[in-house]
Design a protein around this ligand. Structure first.
Ligand code: FAD
Length: 462
């Protein structure tokens, strides 16, 4: 049975933290729990808008004393499943951001979004390893491993973390580094929100250099030519190039530019760290494989990096699903065309094949928890969770997973797993060995299993 939180206990919490506290009866509660994914409505019993690490530690200790479950939200980009009951810690006010340009490192608070890092680091000629949209929170993304736009060249974002500042389930604060606590450090790289709340993080930045990037849209009727060309081309690419190919069924809405509005198109996303000449040469086979509806690949100011993938920048109701692929061969191409090609009715707005490999395959010294080091491609789908698509989406994801099972690794990447199901489904995001290590660490750090919301492991069986 859930413990009851009476008004006196809420008052005690209000007196102990500096940030605001909201119960469902308070104005501001709805705005505080709102997620980027509009299809998810979190309903915690109480929310703390933490201002700093002390607020987080005090709030965690308060919840632990009452055996209340604890969850955390920065942006709600990862709000695939709703949080029900307990304490939610909202980190959006924790906006500390400090760059050391000489050491090429940055320290961020738990609420910082990647766009703030891009804005601050870009003018210094530096960049961080963000993903397809810089709207995402740096900490939540990196705890999941963080699959960056330039991942094939530099690896996962968590490979380059220097320190995590962590509040564990008993409310204690600690700085976790590779030298100080190698076991815990490795578990935070890809272990997601299982072991506590990260209040700040320090990590390495990289030199920007020249950048040739953007997208090419092809009419969907040429999906076979484009996918066949992509299959061969992707295998030939150096690590300096990141690429993905998406089947897009664009809605008939004003936000979609006119030539693409209401259309089924193939969207190649391309990013090359290097000169325009080299980039254009590398891209040539894909510029010649089929007629092009729109081509935006060019020397790209880094501040426009979100234009490569064109992910939504406003909250949307979505349902997502993803898994890793071991290969993209002729049979996989046929299967994909049967599932998503021209003439097929699919409720998926987007189905993306993202090329893995390069440095993404190299596990960092000290180890980590990232599952899909050996995958060839990531498959990620998303559909609008509104009628008439909403009802069809769970079945569509199941159908696609089953049809592509022969080409899949069987695993997923925790950040791109999407809506999760039972323990077996959640476990797909980690190797069995990493999963067991997480369960063991959770049993000692969080014996009450307070951090049980979100994409987490099961508690140890005792
Ligand atoms: C449009 C879009 C594009 C994306 N592109 C990519 C991509 O290219 N590469 C990639 O790797 N991922 C990508 N993602 C997934 C994204 O990285 C995850 O959803 C990530 O969890 C978002 O973190 P957040 O803090 O913004 O989200 P939130 O919903 O606020 O948090 C999600 C989860 O992260 C954990 N978390 C957040 N903050 C903390 C904290 N301070 N301490 C402990 N745990 C915490 C918790 O488990 C929480 O439930 C994308 C998501 C979207 C919606």
């Amino acid at each position: 049975m859930l413990p009851l939180i009476d008004a006196q206990e809420i008052s005690a919490l209000r007196y102990s933290v500096r940030g605001p506290v909201f119960t469902p009866a308070d104005p501001g509660f709805d705005a505080e729990v709102a997620a980027f994914n509009l299809s998810t409505r979190h309903t915690p019993d109480v929310v703390v808008g933490a201002l700093d690490a002390d607020d987080v530690a005090v709030a965690v200790a308060w919840a632990a004393q009452r055996s209340l479950s604890i969850s955390v939200q920065a942006t709600g980009h990862g709000a695939t499943n709703a949080i029900q009951g307990g304490l939610l810690i909202s980190t959006r006010r924790m906006q500390e951001l400090e760059i050391d340009p000489l050491e090429m490192t940055v320290r961020v608070g738990a609420g910082v979004q990647w766009k703030a890092v891009v804005d601050a680091a870009g003018p210094l000629g530096l960049m961080g390893l963000h993903g397809s949209t810089t709207d995402v929170g740096v900490v939540g993304y990196t705890l999941g491993g963080g699959l960056p736009v330039m991942g094939r060249k530099y690896g996962f974002a968590s490979d380059h973390v220097i320190a995590f500042e962590l509040v564990t389930a008993d409310g204690t604060q600690q700085r976790v580094t590779a030298g100080g606590d190698p076991r815990l450090f490795s578990l935070l790289r890809g272990g997601k929100g299982n072991l506590g709340i990260v209040t700040a993080m320090e990590f390495k930045l990289f030199l920007l250099g020249e950048f040739y990037a953007g997208g090419i849209y092809y009419p969907g009727g040429h999906a076979r030519d484009v996918l066949t060309a992509f299959k061969a081309w992707a295998q030939s690419l150096p690590a300096e190039v990141s690429a993905s190919l998406a089947f897009l069924r664009l809605p008939d809405l004003e936000m979609v530019p006119e030539p693409l509005r209401g259309q089924f198109v193939m969207h190649l996303r391309f990013a090359h760290q290097g000169t325009e000449f080299e980039g254009a040469e590398l891209l040539r086979p894909m510029r010649e494989c089929a007629p092009i509806a729109m081509d935006s690949v060019r020397p790209l100011p880094y501040s426009e990096v979100d234009s490569i993938h064109q992910d939504p920048d406003q909250p949307v109701p979505v349902r997502e699903g993803g898994f890793m692929m071991e290969r993209l061969d002729d049979d996989a191409v046929e299967a994909l065309l049967e599932l998503l090609g021209p003439g097929v009715e699919s409720p998926l707005l987007l189905a993306e094949l993202r090329l893995m490999g390069g440095e993404l395959s190299t596990r960092p010294a000290g180890g980590d928890c990232i599952g899909p080091r050996d995958a060839a491609f990531s498959f990620f789908g998303a559909g609008l969770a509104v009628p008439p698509f909403a009802e069809a989406l769970p079945g569509e994801f199941a159908r696609i997973r089953e049809a592509l099972a022969p080409f899949s690794t069987g695993g997923s990447f925790v950040n791109l797993h999407g809506h999760f199901g039972d323990a077996a489904d959640r476990a797909r995001a980690w190797t069995p060995e990493a999963y067991d290590r997480l369960v063991e660490a959770k049993a000692s750090l969080d014996p009450q299993n307070l951090f049980r919301h979100g994409h987490v492991v099961e508690p140890a069986v005792v």
